[in-house]
Design a protein around this ligand. Sequence first.
Ligand SMILES: *Cc1c(COP(=O)(O)O)cnc(C)c1O
Length: 369
Amino acid sequence: MDFIDLKKQYQRIKPSVQKRINTILDCSGYIMGKEITELEEKLASYVGTKYCLTCSSGTDALLLPLLAKGIGPGDAVFTSTFTFFATAEVIALCGATPVFVDIQKDTYNIDPEKLHEEIQKVKNQGLLKPKAIIPVDIFGLCADYDTINIIAQEFDLYMIEDAAQSFGATYKSKKAGSFGDIAATSFFPAKPLGCYGDGGAVFFNDPEMVELIKSLRVHGQGTDKYENVRIGINGRMDTIQAAILLAKLEIFEDELLKRTAIAKKYSTALNNKFITPYMPKNDICAWAQYSLQCENRDSVLERLKKEQIPSAIYYPKPLHLQKAFDYLHCKAGNYPVAEQIAQKIFSLPMHPYLEEKEQEKIISVLMNL
Ligand SMILES: *Cc1c(COP(=O)(O)O)cnc(C)c1O
């Protein structure tokens, strides 16, 4: 059994993937081939934004908007402490200061009330200028955008949605990737929509960002290839990765339905014994992870391992306690909800090709501990 079974998915799309890759090999359009624009158009139309630009990873998709907005030293950027390292890493990379916010205990997403408090605190201290917010759609569930939008407006903050785990999800009928001023997603192989290497994309409606992000994506290029007008990065997506994503996009809706069915089955069966994930009633979660909480996590994971059932812990340590952020002088106890959840949470195998037999075995092991 695999935690995420990409081999079964490949068997399903093999002819289409191979045909598309061969087309690129035949014409050697490895860099910025026509598949890139084809994919960008399809992704924008799927998410419902005017523009989509692909890039080399989810991390670069978060970095590009920060660079585009000139966010840097002296600026405070607010984000959840319960996320993958990259969300806060890019803030520090561009010279700004990450300010962490605790999460809600049911959704695991940034807590809007605490966000408001943290922004007010930074404002009152007067040392840093509040500039941006990066809400994260953790495990594929959209953050509380209605409330976060009001806060962003109140403090005039730029909002970057970290949709790395939520491609395909919805919030009040709008797709993940369409919230905030700009959104970033990742196509790392294990994400809900993944390529066969690294990849990412940004989504936005502001026409002024198009040329700016295109330029930053290729070394701050000007109108001519060897004219550089700003400092940028090498952040293009490989054409081959775009071709793979085009093939996978065709089966994506079906995969999303399968993930939802698997999540529902897990929750119905495990609800009495574990804290199961928050299930949006009218919205779709992309189920990047299916995570449970329990008090005796070590022994549960031990037992799963014995039965050859893979599991994982996302995330064992909130970002404010990571060594790399020692310089921010956060302490244990600063963000108690995230800290407690980090000690109890673990994730089960979740992918569209998880067979009924396999899922029943997982459930039976967990219910008969
Ligand atoms: C995966 C992930 C990223 C980074 O994406 P990469 O493509 O691996 O660079 C950023 N934020 C979150 C929440 C992620 O899960």
